[in-house]
Every structure is written in structure tokens, then in C-alpha cells.
Design a protein around this ligand. Sequence first.
Ligand SMILES: Cc1cc2nc3c(=O)[nH]c(=O)nc-3n(C[C@H](O)[C@H](O)[C@H](O)COP(=O)(O)OP(=O)(O)OC[C@H]3O[C@@H](n4cnc5c(N)ncnc54)[C@H](O)[C@@H]3O)c2cc1C
Length: 411
Amino acid sequence: MRHIDTLVIGAGQAGLAMSHCLSQRGVAHVVLERGEVANSWATERWDSLRLLTPNWQSRLPGYAYEGDDPDGFMSMTDVVSYLRGYAAQGTMPIESRTRVLSVIAEGQGYRVSTNRGDWLCRNVVMANGACAVASTPKMAAALPADLAQVTLLAYRAPRQLRKGGVLVVGASASGVQIASELAQAGHVVTISAGHHIRMPRNYRGRDIQWWMDRSGVQDQGIGDVDNITRARSVPSLQLVGDANIPLMDFNHLQGLGCTIAGRLAAVRDGVALFSGGLANACALSDLKMRRLLRSFDAFAQETGVAGLSPPEHICATALPQRPDLSLDLTSGAIRTVVWATGFRPDFSWLKMPVFDRKGQLLHDEGRVADGLYVLGQPFLRKRKSALIDGVGDDAIILSDQIARRSHQMVA
Ligand SMILES: Cc1cc2nc3c(=O)[nH]c(=O)nc-3n(C[C@H](O)[C@H](O)[C@H](O)COP(=O)(O)OP(=O)(O)OC[C@H]3O[C@@H](n4cnc5c(N)ncnc54)[C@H](O)[C@@H]3O)c2cc1C
């Protein structure tokens, strides 16, 4: 049995930011990581992925991007070196290849069991990622047995798929990016779209993330939104980290030969049945995009931002008159289904009554219980909480709480 003040679970950006902040506050700690630093970026993302946030926005406590391409977008290799550079800069106390198997309350702290032995500690910070498990709907079990099914955690590149048609389910950033590269690799692609948010990469000569950052959208806190549950599940914007693709939207995908279908509602007798609400979903998406862009125009006018090009009008999503409502999955035309239906965290090893009826972790801006904290989850405290650029603010606040608690317990 080993003893330490604080254990941090996970060495992604959240765990590293927390380690940096704890060191600054003199809190003895160890980061436990089941793989190596930046494990998720190194092992669980597809090959062509680039960050959706520009390089200048890779800002962590005490560490920022310092390359010569602030407006570029990091590849996965770049992100891994960027984060490993952070870990090395602070010589952070990281124990890699150490998987946490359970956390239980014990005395005034916690017992943490790992594949390399047990620890006792006062505080635990769960920085184990919001995107640990690929979410797939129950209807995946109803697909014909000879169809290949690939999740977002398993997808790497078009070459891994069988020749032939692909149904991509989900049309947020992941779904549209994967549909696009599959179509370009020669697959016949249908993409099924429910709620999604269309967004241009650039607006009035500035990257969309610049607008989100400067206008304060990313800094919105829990008190700034009507419904925090809804805000925590907002889908990622239809974007790609490539300034040469102005809109990674359905107009772009149809130009590549993709068919757009409504939300996958059911699979019955080998037939995929799509909702008839595609036109409405696209109209709503166009509306939300325009509303956000208008708010940026208002911000620019109020604050007198100089050097912008004039407000732009983005044409509506063009759809076929009668989108397909069904797709026969038994005919052989479709060989693979890609589930681009999002992610969820994994707290299966947390043996404490801290979940709601739906199994969601309960927390108050990151504080789960005395000495138990979570970091890096969507809208933990702010809209940007799960982003590289957002986790630092939360780490500062939670590390202050941890330092206070530890000092009180010692006194
Ligand atoms: C496809 C995709 C694209 C994204 N693009 C962007 C972007 O452009 N910009 C941006 O800012 N954000 C982006 N994000 C969001 C976010 O930055 C990432 O999800 C990021 O990986 C979150 O960092 P994290 O440290 O919270 O979690 P992770 O990076 O997932 O780190 C968690 C760590 O915990 C470890 N771990 C998990 N369970 C255990 C255990 N039981 N024991 C020990 N270790 C464990 C994992 O191995 C991992 O290393 C993207 C996310 C996804 C999925």
C-alpha cells in the first residue's frame, strides 16, 4: 500500500493541467495513466484527424503553443508531442501503464486499486476523459449479421473498411469528416443526420474559434445557459481542421456524391428506417448557425473590431425534394455501418453512490464529494471545459479547493 495526498487519474490534457496546478500549490500527488501520456490522442483517434481548434488556442496553465503556425491545426502526432512536451517541462509525477481498477471511500479519503497495487489518498481527481466509450444505439444489435460495424474509437482510415457502400450514422464533426474521406476514397456513402450544427470554418476573415473565443461564447458559465443538461450534450460543430474546406456540411458532402438521410429511427427486417424530419433538422441547423453569426456581427459592431470583411450570407442547406426514408441493408449495397454517434465517459470503476438514475456522474462544477473531483467533462464549469483551451481554468479552481482541503487536514 502506498500513500499520497492526491491521485490524478489520467494523463491527457486535464490530468496534466491538474498536475501542473497541484505542483504550483505544493500538493504532493501522482498521476496514474493506463497507457502513456496523451494516450487517447495517440491510440483512439482516426489518422486524418486534425484539431478543430487552431494552434493558438492550445493553451494550458504554464504552457502554450509556440510554433510558427498559430492559425494551423495540429495533427494527432502534433497533439501528442505538444502534450508530452508539457509533461516533460514540469517533470510531472506520472506512473504510466497503471490502470485504475476501483476507487472506494476509506476513512477521510480514498482507496484506489490499480493493476500495480493499491494507494490511499486524501483526494482523487478523475481526469480520465469524456470520450472513453463510443456510444452506439441499441438498434446496432438489429443490423444484419454480415454487415461490418465500426465505432469512432475503432475507425482509423478508409483502407480498413471493406469495399462497397457505407452508412455513416451521425453528422456532427466526426460523422461528416469520416463520410467525406470515405466518399473521396471511392465508397458510396449515405450519412444519417439527426440534430447537428452547421458552421463555417471562417467568418468575415476570422476563424470561427476566434469569434467563439473573443465574443465570450466559450467562456459562458453554467449560470449563462437555460438548461445545463442540454448544454452538456450539444453536438460538436460540423467543422474540420482545414482552412481550405470552408464548410464541412451537407452541401459539401453531396458534392462528393454522398446521400443525406434523416435520423436513423429503427432497423426492421434488415431495413434502415430514417426519420422524415431531415428538412426540419437542416432548417434548424441553418437557423442556429445564422443566429450565432448574427451575434458575432453584433459583437463586432459593439466592440468596434477592426479589419473585418463585411457580414456574409451563407446559403441554405440544399436537400433533395424527397430524401430516402429507408435503406435496404440486406441487398449487399451497404457493407459497413460507421457509428459516429458520440462518446461517453467511463466511471465503471468508481464504487460510490454518486450517479443519477441515468448513470450520469453527479457533480457541482467538478466537485463530486469531499476530496473527489472530476475534470475535463463537457460544460463542467464553462462551455469550453472539455477543450484544451478550457480545462486549465477548471484545474486552477479545483486545485485551489484540493490545496485548501489538504492543508486543513494537516492542520
Ligand atoms: C474526435 C475528437 C476531436 C476533438 N477535437 C478537439 C479539438 O480540436 N480541440 C479541443 O480542444 N478538444 C478537442 N476534443 C475534446 C478533448 O480535447 C479531447 O476529448 C481530449 O482528449 C480530452 O482530454 P482529457 O484529458 O479530458 O481526456 P483524455 O485525453 O481522454 O485523457 C484521459 C486519460 O485517462 C486515461 N485513463 C482512462 N481511464 C483510466 C483508468 N481507469 N486508469 C488510468 N488511466 C485511465 C486515458 O488513457 C487517457 O490518457 C476532441 C475530442 C474528440 C473525441
